[in-house]
Design a protein around this ligand. Structure first.
Ligand SMILES: NC(=O)c1ccc[n+]([C@@H]2O[C@H](COP(=O)([O-])OP(=O)(O)OC[C@H]3O[C@@H](n4cnc5c(N)ncnc54)[C@H](OP(=O)(O)O)[C@@H]3O)[C@@H](O)[C@H]2O)c1
Length: 243
């Protein structure tokens, strides 16, 4: 594919798990992938694997909790690519949490530093580059655990996963998604939240029979939405998820 027409995507936390599979699937769709990583060694290994499979990937060092690194990453992309077509806010943490009644502000703050403030920090820094795209797309990795409606349903299969920090951080990500979708519509930028489903990754000690590659499919679909696609929604691979 001609380099001028190739879409350019940044995937935060793209070195492993669902993020890595998103990079792989975007590469298979002919997208140039910038793999955002906080660990250079893990990043180069991921890029090596992606390019060995025929991808067009490069490593972008970036800890999403570090404002200087995030703005340096934006300058780096501006210099090397001049624009960004797709931003996937994938980097996230799940810390050991006790029951909601026993979780304190410090734990919640720590989770939000990556899962919420990191998403705001990266999006803010990349917006000038996304505005230079003919049709920017932002996909925020959320979770069905973010859904207030599902938590109110006694039959919700993940209803016993009551993590004050993690769950509410993803509810906040959903709120950010809606606000950005409305504001950025005039720039032609679509913003959606994706639930990858419960997948086996390092985050949960690989405690699932669902592969990360399956979880990557919905975020990738949202990243490649056509101009008449939705914005401001929350989707899993079975369709819209209630807020
Ligand atoms: N797995 C699931 O079942 C599931 C379900 C719903 C939603 N999600 C969401 O999907 C996303 C990916 O999760 P995953 O399951 O693939 O987890 P994972 O395998 O633990 O991968 C998380 C990625 O985020 C990176 N990361 C964490 N903190 C970072 C920071 N401060 N700066 C930059 N990168 C950082 C990690 O980098 P290192 O390699 O350096 O640690 C890693 O690349 C997360 O947002 C998660 O909340 C996962």
């Amino acid at each position: 594919m001609n380099d001028d027409v190739k879409k350019i995507a940044l995937v935060t936390g793209g070195n492993q798990g669902i993020g890595f599979e998103i990079c792989r699937q975007l590469g298979q769709a002919g997208v140039r992938v910038l793999v955002g990583v906080r660990n250079a060694g893990r990043g180069s290994e991921a890029v090596r694997l992606l390019n060995a499979e025929g991808g067009d990937a490069a490593c972008i060092p970036m800890d999403v909790t570090d404002a200087l690194q995030v703005s340096a990453a934006a300058e780096n992309i501006a210099r090397s690519c001049g624009r960004l077509d797709i931003l996937i806010n994938n980097a996230g943490v799940l810390l050991p949490e006790s029951r909601p009644g026993e979780s304190g502000a410090e734990l919640v703050r720590q989770v939000y530093e990556t899962n919420v403030f990191g998403v705001v920090r990266v999006t803010q820094a990349m917006l000038p580059l996304l505005r230079k795209s003919a049709g920017g797309r932002i996909v925020n990795l959320s979770s069905s655990l973010a859904s207030l409606r599902l938590h109110g349903d006694p039959s919700f299969e993940l209803g016993s996963f009551l993590m004050l920090g993690y769950n509410s951080s993803k509810t906040a990500v959903n709120a950010l998604t809606v606000m950005w979708a409305k504001d950025l519509a005039e720039d032609g930028i679509k913003v959606n939240a994706a639930d990858p489903g419960y997948c086996a990754t390092a985050m949960n000690g690989y405690a699932s029979s669902r592969f990360a590659a399956e979880g990557a499919r919905e975020p990738v679909r949202l990243a490649l939405l056509p101009d008449d696609g939705p914005s401001g929604g929350f989707f899993g691979d079975k369709g819209p998820i209630p807020w």
